[in-house]
Design a protein around this ligand. Structure first.
Ligand SMILES: NC(=O)c1ccc[n+]([C@@H]2O[C@H](COP(=O)([O-])OP(=O)(O)OC[C@H]3O[C@@H](n4cnc5c(N)ncnc54)[C@H](O)[C@@H]3O)[C@@H](O)[C@H]2O)c1
Length: 339
């Protein structure tokens, strides 16, 4: 499969490497609007400079390709992805599906209208931690999930578009954790209450901290807190998680997974001294392919063999509705209902 990668700086590095590692996928060409980045990346990855173009229409005229990987900043997602879909080329594109919910809906509509695949890179689903938590939940050993909480604290100084966004944490980062919630719970969000704020020392123009209470359609309640301007004791990028279940608790702290099962409710059923099994650490599962490698292989099989991808634009629109529902709840100060 021959792909055109649009955007080869920043996160483009991860995709350049993933394609170069893949035995099935090769580059037809590249699009990059920054000539310095194009030069530097051509050198770093030994790319054929004559195949680096400054616009997608030019690339589409000059090279034959089977698909497009869109790694541009969110405000360009719609333009690039819709153009590729209308040219009949399937697209694997970075999250968020688009910079706004309307633009995301336009991409999902273009995927519907053209019947061409658009798959979104929700790579956090395809990490050993996420897959391990999912496997424990699916095993049924802890019974039904009643509530889930996730905590995320990091202090990255990215520069660039994130530091200008109105809701950098929610739209660019928490989107991964909200999408993980959908993946774990196999349900979509229905109700949202949320607040966002910007701590006094924040280097972001928009709100770098947020807290949200999300009700899912299957009755599970999720509590989320996060910050992108934490100054110490950071969590993992995957966040810390706690699942309150019918027969125990599932915990992820610093990418280590622990389960504790309830054995017996205490004397006379009053549950004052419940008996528990010893907390058990669960080894993270090993994956043949993780993150971008997993997504690229899944995309390749979808394009060449007609298989489904789990994170199509049509499915991912529900992650976008959750993300922008949280934004709406923060901006309005009022509860939001979805669907
Ligand atoms: N899934 C993840 O873990 C993850 C991590 C980081 C970034 N991302 C996503 O990747 C996307 C890109 O983010 P980034 O950090 O690489 O941004 P960036 O600004 O560092 O890099 C974007 C690159 O695209 C180029 N570009 C911009 N507009 C273009 C256009 N119209 N055509 C061609 N090239 C163009 C820029 O010159 C730059 O080289 C964003 O949607 C971001 O949310 C995802």
């Amino acid at each position: 499969m021959r792909v055109i990668q649009v955007g080869i700086g920043g996160m483009g590095n991860a995709w350049l490497s993933a394609v170069q590692r893949s035995p099935q996928v090769e580059f037809a060409g590249f699009v990059e609007i920054d000539a310095d980045i194009a030069r530097a990346q051509a050198q770093a990855y030994s790319l054929d400079k004559s195949r680096i173009f400054d616009s997608l229409p030019t690339a589409l005229q000059q090279v034959r390709a089977d698909a497009v990987i869109n790694v541009t900043p969110p405000q360009f997602h719609r333009e690039v992805t819709v153009m590729a879909l209308e040219a009949g080329l399937p697209v694997l594109q970075e999250k968020p599906l688009a910079g706004t919910l309307d633009e995301a809906r336009a991409i999902a509509a273009a995927a519907d209208d053209t019947g061409v695949l658009c798959s979104v890179a929700q790579n956090y689903r395809y990490r050993p931690l996420t897959q391990t938590l999912k496997r424990v939940l699916e095993s049924g050993e802890l019974g039904a999930v009643g509530a889930v909480s996730a905590e995320f604290y990091k202090g990255p100084h990215f520069g660039g578009f994130r530091e200008e966004m109105a809701h950098p944490l929610i739209v660019d980062m928490s989107i991964h954790h909200f999408d993980m919630m959908r993946f774990f719970l196999e349900a979509d969000a229905q109700t949202i209450q949320a607040r966002s704020w910007n701590p006094p020392w924040s280097w972001f123009a928009g709100d770098a901290s947020a807290s949200a209470q999300i009700g899912f359609a299957n009755g599970v309640q999720a509590a989320y807190t996060g910050s992108w301007c934490s100054q110490a004791l950071e969590t993992s990028w995957n966040a810390n998680w706690r699942f309150e279940c019918e027969r125990g608790v599932l915990l992820a702290r610093d990418d280590r997974v622990t389960v504790q099962r309830l054995l017996r409710v205490g004397a006379e059923g009053r549950g004052l001294v419940n008996e528990h099994a010893e907390p058990k650490e669960i080894a993270l599962i090993e994956m043949e392919r993780e993150g971008q490698d997993y997504l690229l292989q899944e995309f390749y099989e979808a394009v060449t063999q007609g298989k489904e991808t789990a994170t199509s634009a049509q499915d991912n629109i529900h992650t976008m509705e959750l993300v922008f529902g949280v934004v709406r709840a923060c901006d309005s100060g009022r509860p939001v209902s979805l669907g």
